[in-house]
Design a binder for this molecule. Structure first.
Ligand code: PHB
Length: 366
């Protein structure tokens, strides 16, 4: 097929995007010691600078926010210096890049936490999910997530402050903006979803209460960055990844999205619940409802193809289309879409951890 809508430029705040392709945030677990990005990561992102916008892999805003070995952070000076290599390489290659701000909440384990502490969450409810740990002897493996400790009410401002600190660091590191990760069963999604949030204070119960933490993080991030058009947010309504479940996603996410309107953000990024397969009845109607509520720029992600992306934009369902797995395997995804060329297959064995193999060695065309 020939693509047209995906090639239409779009203005995102002060950023001029030359096309509608977004490289989705993708955990690859390839940071250096100290969870510091390096040259290899810079090459990987620069290879993909053809995207209208790159969103970095999720990056923990504080040590407690980590749930996977070798995921990068954005809390230390060394991490800022490491990310500077990445943003410089992407900008030199003509691209634009946001950093994704991450706190995993209960999707973690004492082996990943400072002083071997228990991970924190809205409520002390264990997820049936996996994280990825490194043992004291250096061996590493997947592990069941641990029973978390419920955050005290007086600890929540520190968590919000960690996101603000991460966003300040991201701007220092040269990112064009930041994305608040409120999706996929991590901390902010744990607050949003009724099953994982059993709090009896003003952060639990009603949709308004469960959305409070997310909105406070968004507001603190905007205040720190100093420009709401440099802040986006990612959500995953109806998603079950990370063992979350919300009793009424239409109510919860309609409320949240309506509240986001007045924030005048760079974008709202919606990850489909079926990104790893499965059937989620009613999602398309829910997405349509959220599209109707949201007055700003919308990114859709999860299992997208050139065809589905063209269709989503032409129907007005989305303004930008994020590609994850296709961008892992095809650094020149834009050119391949333009040429109607075959895509490289994805190597499922090199997604997480390791080095250049399955990371910077996927071939471009010609
Ligand atoms: C993962 O590491 O599997 C992962 C990380 C962040 C996400 C989703 C999945 O948002």
């Amino acid at each position: 097929m020939t693509i047209k809508h995906l090639l239409t430029p779009l203005q995102l705040g002060a950023l001029s995007l030359p096309n509608r392709l977004v490289m989705a945030p993708l955990t690859r677990q390839r940071s250096l010691p100290g969870n510091v990005p390096g040259e290899l990561n810079a090459s990987y992102y620069a290879q993909r600078a053809n995207a209208g916008l790159i969103i970095s892999e999720a990056s923990q805003v504080c040590p407690e926010g980590q749930g996977y070995a070798w995921s990068p952070g954005i809390h230390s000076d060394a991490q800022v210096a490491g990310w500077q290599q990445v943003t410089q390489a992407v900008h030199q290659a003509g691209g634009r890049i946001f950093l994704q701000l991450w706190h995993v909440g209960r999707i973690s384990h004492p082996l990943l936490q400072p002083h071997g502490a228990d991970p924190v969450a809205p409520s002390a409810i264990q997820a049936k999910a996996e994280c990825y740990v490194v043992e004291a002897d250096g061996s590493h493996h997947k592990a069941a997530t641990a029973m978390p400790r419920a955050l005290e009410l007086n600890e929540l401002p520190d968590v919000v402050a960690a996101y603000a600190h991460g966003s300040a660091n991201a701007i220092k590191a040269g990112f064009d903006g930041v994305e608040v990760h409120a999706a996929n069963g991590y901390l902010l999604d744990q607050f949003l979803c009724s099953d994982s949030n059993q709090r009896s204070d003003t952060y639990g119960g009603s949709a308004e209460n469960r959305a409070r933490m997310v909105l406070q993080v968004v507001d603190a991030t905007v205040a720190t960055v100093g420009d709401s058009r440099k802040v986006g947010i990612r959500i995953s309504p109806m998603g079950t990844f990370g063992d979350v479940n919300d009793a009424n996603p239409l109510e919860t996410f309609s409320y949240l999205v309506a509240q986001l309107n007045s924030r005048n953000l760079a974008y709202l990024h919606v990850n489909r619940p079926d990104w790893l397969g499965g059937t989620f009845e009613g999602f398309d109607e829910l997405l349509r409802a959220l599209r109707d509520i949201y007055t700003g720029t919308l990114i859709i992600a999860g299992g997208q193809t050139a065809e589905s992306g063209e269709q989503a934009i032409s129907e007005g369902l989305a303004d930008l289309v994020a590609y994850g797995r296709p961008y892992i395997a095809n650094p020149d995804l834009l050119a391949r879409f333009q040429a109607g060329a075959e895509l490289n297959p994805l190597d499922g064995n090199t997604l997480y951890g390791g080095g250049a193999e399955g990371y910077t060695d996927y071939p471009s065309m010609g």
